[in-house]
Design a protein around this ligand. Structure first.
Ligand SMILES: *Cc1c(COP(=O)(O)O)cnc(C)c1O
Length: 450
């Protein structure tokens, strides 16, 4: 029995893995990882894999990054954790100062949480509670976009719209308004991304016009609906949405948990629409893939709507045990320093160009509907019939075949249904991107052969 097999056998007798039908592992080998370095993951048999999906979109500067490791080691000797109610610490303050400076104008207050879904829960509660504190008592509904994803806890699941994750739990979830996504995959032949996204806004406008008195906030993933299959839209939609939210007195929650920290080509996706949300949720890349930490940034005016004498009971009495964990904050600061020192956003433009060039030929593939890209996220969508864009039946699990082929070739390319995508750590090289494109092309050939 190989080392991988030995470890896997122990794993399967005690663990229950996330987002997995465990029975699949009767035939689909699990990959136990012994160590990571840069873009590479190494298993217990010594096989190496390029981590093309940044370990579920969290890693920014490679595994075991020396600069981030050093910051973490220094912090752990100083202070590992302290409660953040009534107490404070330097890394939490410094990170909040830095983020207030780097995020779009008007983001002036930082509320720490400890994972992405919890940041969404906090933003939803804050939005509703802020209106209530200001005397608007009927504003308790939320608007989401079709095909959106905001996490797995019940509130976050309710404002999401990926049926694979949501449908089973529907009876447990609050009701939301759903507007059609501006996702440009559905545009007419010859229609531009901008025209389609703008056209889609009409439904959102109508929804807000009719129900704004009951609506607390609209929640969106700016520019890319990641878990929904890396579907993308034009920044103009966000501009229109910001204007409408102002007109109808509705908050805008920007969930940049996945797209923040440079993924779409700018540090934050909202920058491309030149808008500021009322709430900005950050996690994942926040700690460069090291530790669970998240936060909600909001405006001074939202903050002020909670600020009153204790007896008036307007405070936001929400907390999590690991709120603002110092190790997470220290690592986040080290990551932001790398952005600064290495001019990461500028250098990524070159990597994004290489990603586009290396995959351009797939546009002509008979079973590829499109290759789409926003900055450092590039997605390739397989279809059964190219002309009609008829998808392969989901039961055939074609994406999984690409995944298996990629593993055999030394790449981790975990798909989303029939969508294969690259969302690599920023330390990837042009050669490694070309290698990924070669592996993905072979995988897609194999997966669509019969
Ligand atoms: C991953 C994700 C979340 C949830 O974050 P978790 O830390 O997994 O709970 C929320 N929103 C978006 C857009 C995400 O990609």
């Amino acid at each position: 029995m190989s080392n991988n097999q030995q470890i896997t056998r122990r794993d399967l007798s005690v663990l229950w893995h996330p987002c997995t039908q465990m029975k699949d592992h009767e035939w689909l080998p699990m990959i136990p990882i012994r160590r990571g370095e840069g873009v590479w993951l190494e298993d217990f048999d010594g096989n190496r894999y390029i981590d093309a999906v940044s370990s579920w979109w969290v890693n920014l500067f490679g595994h075991a990054n020396p600069r981030i490791n050093a910051a973490l080691k220094a912090q752990v000797d100083q202070l590992e954790h302290v409660m953040l109610a009534g107490f404070s610490h330097e890394p939490a303050i410094q990170l909040a100062e830095k983020l207030v400076e780097l995020t779009p104008p008007g983001m002036e207050r930082c509320f720490y949480v400890d994972n992405g879904s919890s940041a969404i829960e906090a933003a939803l509660k804050m939005s509703y509670h802020s209106w209530r504190n200001q005397g608007y008592k009927g504003k308790h509904r939320f608007v989401t976009l079709s095909n959106s994803y905001h996490g797995e806890t019940l509130g976050a699941l309710a404002v999401g719209d990926v049926s694979l994750y949501k449908e089973t739990y529907e009876p447990l979830l609050m009701e939301v308004f759903t507007a059609p996504s501006p996702d440009c995959f559905d545009r007419e032949a010859g229609e531009s991304w901008e025209d389609y996204s703008v056209r889609r806004f009409a439904d959102m406008e109508a929804l807000l016009a009719e129900h704004h008195k009951e609506i607390s906030a609209v929640i969106v993933e700016p520019l890319v609906q990641c878990a929904g299959g890396m579907r993308m839209y034009h920044p103009t939609y966000l501009k229109l949405l910001r204007e409408a939210c102002d007109r109808y007195q509705v908050h805008l929650i920007a969930d940049e948990i996945a797209v923040g920290f440079g993924r779409t080509g700018t540090l934050f996706a909202c920058e491309q629409a030149q808008i500021s949300p009322d709430f900005l949720c950050l996690s994942k890349g926040l700690t460069a893939g090291y530790l669970p930490l998240s936060l909600v940034l909001t405006s001074e005016s939202v903050y002020q709507s909670f600020y009153d004498n204790y007896e008036n009971l307007t405070a936001f009495l929400h907390s999590h045990s690991y709120t603002g964990n110092p190790l997470g904050c220290a690592v986040a600061l080290a990551s932001l320093e790398i952005f600064d020192q290495d001019q990461v956003i500028e250098n990524n433009r070159q990597l994004a160009r290489v990603m586009a060039e290396a995959t351009a030929h797939l546009n002509d593939h008979p079973h590829v509907a499109e290759v789409r890209q926003h900055g450092m996220i590039l997605a390739i969508e397989m279809v059964k019939d190219k002309a009609s864009r008829t998808p392969f039946p989901w039961q055939e699990r074609r994406g999984l075949r690409v995944y298996q082929h990629a593993l055999s070739q030394g790449a981790l390319l975990r798909p989303l249904g029939n969508v294969t995508y690259f969302m690599p750590p920023y330390v990837i090289t042009p050669e490694q991107i070309r290698e990924l494109a070669r592996i993905a092309t072979e995988g897609i050939d194999l997966a669509t052969r019969d």
